[in-house]
Design a protein around this ligand. Structure first.
Ligand SMILES: Nc1ncnc2c1ncn2[C@@H]1O[C@H](COP(=O)(O)OP(=O)(O)O)[C@@H](O)[C@H]1O
Ligand SMILES: [Mg+2]
Length: 383
């Protein structure tokens, strides 16, 4: 029996990957050329999947690859430790890690140990227990940020480094992190970097003239996947797994999911399960709506919580975002239609919704509800 061909909530590569050929080629070429690339899009658009897929290809061509999620660290030193660990591990067997760390970072007295209690296999941990003052931290940062260049030189190989959820760097230690990192990377000709970030407004600010990363390298703004290509991709995968897609199914999935890759895969995955469980051979648009209803029920309690936490003004603005497709929200006619107060109060409600990560602003003209299921829930269950 075929397995569900749709994957969501994890990084997808290869077969589960739709389209993105142009972006893949471009990113691979830039990284090979030692460029410092900024990759920007809202969450769930497929940045991490794209980066992972490109790094895999580069790895097959002999490039050393390193991937670190900046937002996973709770402190600056924690990030530097995670980054140093990932760099030291690139192309190094765990057994040689301690020696390699000593050779490259001896002056910082790194502590390398195997954490046997880690979930899964034993995990190598790199720590710098001697770091105390902010001077120490600055020295550590300078050494760790210089490491990719030194590794490339010592190993005689190119490196490709991905720093994912890069916008989180702005939460560490004021602006000095950006300065230190920018200063280090610009001399590293053998090392390509991709700085991928999910909060477009924070990422764009980082690229403005007064900030260190201004003109550091090419900027790639990841757009949605072409909806027709995505719909065709969904239908092909249904066919190949033995279920016939009903008329218009692919387009309906993409549309209901707001053409956000995560949401598209989620809806397709859940629909596929429902059809398979019912023993039917065709996935119809009616079945899709039944799946959507089931998902809305399952997520109901969570969406109610989110709704309850909003002020009345924010609820009204959220409904207007849904019903007006996120456009023209400050205009007098829209405000009248939805009984919204002044343009400035609408603006502050929108800002609060964006901060709460319920709403995003992919372009200056348009707001969207981040989660397409929540959008459907607001449209159907609120007044
Ligand atoms: N090229 C793609 N083709 C098909 N599905 C994709 C693609 N890129 C992303 N997805 C779907 O979107 C989900 C989120 O992708 P991810 O790479 O984690 O996005 P981001 O890093 O931008 O938040 C994946 O789990 C997958 O279901
Ligand atoms: Mg990601």
């Amino acid at each position: 029996m075929a397995a569900n061909p749709f994957v969501y909530g994890e990084i997808v590569t290869d077969a589960a990957f739709a389209d993105r050929e142009v972006e893949r080629d471009r990113l691979a070429r830039d990284l090979l050329a030692g460029q410092k690339v900024f990759l920007i899009s809202p969450r769930r658009y497929g940045k991490s999947s794209l980066v992972r897929s490109v790094l895999r290809d580069l790895g097959r061509q002999g490039v050393l690859t390193v991937e670190v999620t900046v937002a996973a660290s709770s402190s600056y030193v924690g990030f530097l430790e995670a980054y140093a660990r990932a760099l030291l591990l690139a192309g190094t067997p765990t057994g040689r890690l301690r020696q390699w760390a000593g050779e490259l970072l001896g002056g910082l007295r790194p502590e390398v140990r195997l954490d046997a209690d880690a979930p899964g296999a034993p995990r190598a941990v790199v720590a710098f227990p001697g770091i105390r003052s902010s001077r120490d931290v600055a020295r550590l940062a300078a050494e760790v940020f210089a490491l990719p260049g030194r590794i490339a030189e010592r190993r005689g190989r190119r490196l490709a480094v991905a720093l994912d959820e890069f916008q989180a760097i702005t939460t560490f230690d004021g602006g000095s992190v950006e300065h230190a990192l920018r200063a280090a990377v610009q001399d590293q000709r053998q090392v390509g970097y991709v700085f991928a970030g999910s909060e477009p407004s924070l990422m764009e600010q980082m690229l403005t003239p007064k900030r260190p990363f201004y003109k550091a390298g090419p900027v790639v703004r990841l757009e949605p996947i072409d909806p027709d290509d995505f719909a065709a991709f969904i239908e092909r995968r249904f066919v190949r797994s033995g279920i016939r897609p009903g008329e218009g199914l692919g387009a309906a999935v993409v549309d209901l999911a707001g053409n956000v890759p995560y949401d598209v895969q989620r809806l397709a995955h859940e629909l596929w399960d429902d059809v398979r469980a019912s023993g039917r051979k065709t996935a119809t648009v009616e079945a899709l709506h039944a799946t959507l209803t089931r998902l809305l029920q399952e997520h109901g309690p969570m969406f109610e919580d989110a709704w309850q936490r909003l002020t009345l003004a924010q609820r009204a603005v959220l409904r207007a975002v849904v019903l007006e497709d996120g456009r023209g929200l400050l205009g007098a006619d829209v405000r009248l239609r939805h009984r919204l107060a002044s343009a400035s109060s609408v603006q502050s409600s929108l800002a609060a919704l964006v901060r709460a990560d319920l709403v995003a602003r992919p372009t200056p003209e348009r707001y969207v509800v981040v989660d397409s299921l929540f959008r459907e829930w607001v449209a159907r269950q609120t007044y």
